[in-house]
Design a protein around this ligand. Structure first.
Ligand code: FAD
Length: 410
């Protein structure tokens, strides 16, 4: 018989322990929210694959990625965040109570922060599957460079990761041959990296090429490139191949629940909110222009705070706005609009005249539109009346003392 899953309640469940998830954890923990971060592989995420982080502010010595993310982890732990090292297997994100399941546990959460990053894209060339990882095709120079000391390696790609990691490989390998899809002298990386790579004597470039096939015995010993213009096949004997041709967002778990782009990146607003209330997405998994540690931590900070605001707003909404003890009058206004501010006096008079028989709440949309959104109010000022904890009437036009009193049967 299947073992019953242990059920635990959290304010915030963060899926993914890269820089984005770790920063969200620091902010949520600091806001005293009960927070758990679930990571299936390495805490630190993709950043741990990098030997040198030269552009993360505050670290001029360009430390290893994991040196930075280990500090983030320590900081999150200090804020009381729980960590679980396992894969999330399924999620139910639609309802007010979110469900996140691992093999053994079921987490019920008020909010969920999706921080699952991405994974390496592969070429799809013949025999690729046969040689993946320890059989000759690697995706991590940091992990595998030393094992290629005095060897000949092939690098596929010309983006920042390909060229920076290719340069790192030249510290170990005797020769690094780079397959570039574009015309001679054209690469996808930044100009500085390009100039440094082209000046590196150990690096050789094969322009206008893609991989046609991977060849060898038990282990890879040849990469056959194909010239995309002439069709010519160019066999390159080598000891190992490194593929750096981008990555795919880890969003399969959320498909059908969360709004995504055609390339399966999650869409968010500037508060990192997805289309589902209480669900946020941060870092490389969301659609954005620059995928870096600095932007991942910015996303994480915003989502941590946005989760706190969402939970506080939910409590206000349930306990005060939609209270069921008395008939309710909710005045939705904009504090910077003189007319709607002036009408506050009329609301006050109605409240005084009712002598405690109604519950009055004022929602200022200038501070946040969250509560107004929950009431379905898009134009201001507006009045919503409630009965037995449910919306009774919505008055959007001709607001007067009489029309409101009539709606409330006063
Ligand atoms: P990730 O770091 O990808 O973390 C996502 C995490 O989610 C992973 O740990 C993954 O295991 C976990 N996860 C996924 N699915 C699940 C699941 N179902 N259950 C549980 N956990 C899950 N950036 C810089 O700023 N400077 C650099 O110099 C730099 N160099 C780079 C060099 C290389 C080779 C690479 C690959 C990237 C580099 N980057 C650099 C980019 C940077 O590493 C990423 O932008 C950053 O790590 C993104 O953070 P993230 O938290 O969004 O995602």
């Amino acid at each position: 018989m299947a073992r019953e899953k242990k059920v635990e309640n959290y304010d915030v469940v963060i899926i993914g322990g890269g820089p984005a998830g770790l920063t969200a954890a620091i902010y949520a923990g600091r806001a005293r929210l009960k927070t758990i971060l679930i990571e299936k592989a390495l805490i630190g995420g993709l950043a741990t694959y990098t030997n040198e982080i030269a552009n993360y502010p505050g670290f001029p010595e360009a430390p290893k990625g994991e040196a930075i993310t280990n500090l983030m982890k320590d900081q999150a732990k200090k804020m009381g965040v729980d960590f679980k090292l396992t894969a999330v297997k399924s999620v139910e994100l639609q309802g007010e109570e979110k469900v996140v399941e691992t093999f053994r546990n079921k987490y019920l959460a008020k909010t969920v922060i999706l921080a699952t990053g991405g994974r390496n894209r592969v070429t799809g060339a013949t025999n690729e599957e046969k040689y993946l990882f320890d059989k000759g095709i690697s995706f991590c120079a940091t992990c595998d460079a030393a094992a290629n000391t005095d060897k000949h390696v092939v690098v596929i790609g010309s983006g920042d990761a390909a060229i920076e990691e290719g340069m790192f490989l030249t510290k170990f390998a005797s020769k690094v041959t780079v397959s570039v899809m574009h015309d001679e002298g054209k690469m996808d990386c930044n100009e500085i990296a390009k100039e440094a790579a082209m000046a590196n004597e150990k690096m050789e470039f094969v322009w206008n090429t893609v991989v046609d096939s991977f060849e060898g015995d038990e282990h890879l010993n040849q990469v056959v490139l194909k010239n995309v213009k002439t069709g010519e096949l160019i066999p390159i004997d080598c000891d190992n191949c490194f593929e750096f041709i981008g990555y795919i967002p880890n969003t399969e778990l959320f498909e059908g629940q969360i709004e995504m782009t055609g390339r399966k990146y999650i869409l968010t607003d500037d508060k990192m909110a997805t289309n589902l209330p209480g669900v946020f997405a941060v870092g490389d998994v969301r659609e954005k222009w620059l995928k870096q540690i600095a932007t991942a931590v910015g996303d994480g900070a915003i989502a941590g705070m946005a989760a706190e605001a969402y939970i506080a707003e939910t409590e206000t909404f349930e306990e005060h706005i939609m209270q069921d003890k008395k008939p309710g009058l909710i005045y939705v206004y904009n504090a910077i609009d003189a007319d709607s501010r002036a009408f506050l006096q009329t609301i006050e008079k109605i409240e005084d005249d009712a002598a405690g028989s109604i519950a009055v709440n004022r929602i200022d949309v200038y501070k946040s539109t969250g509560l107004a959104d929950r009431l379905g109010i898009k134009t201001f000022p507006a009045v919503v009346t409630t009965k037995d904890g449910k919306i009774d009437q919505t008055l959007l036009e001709n607001l007067t003392e009489d029309s409101i009193k009539t709606a409330l049967s006063l």
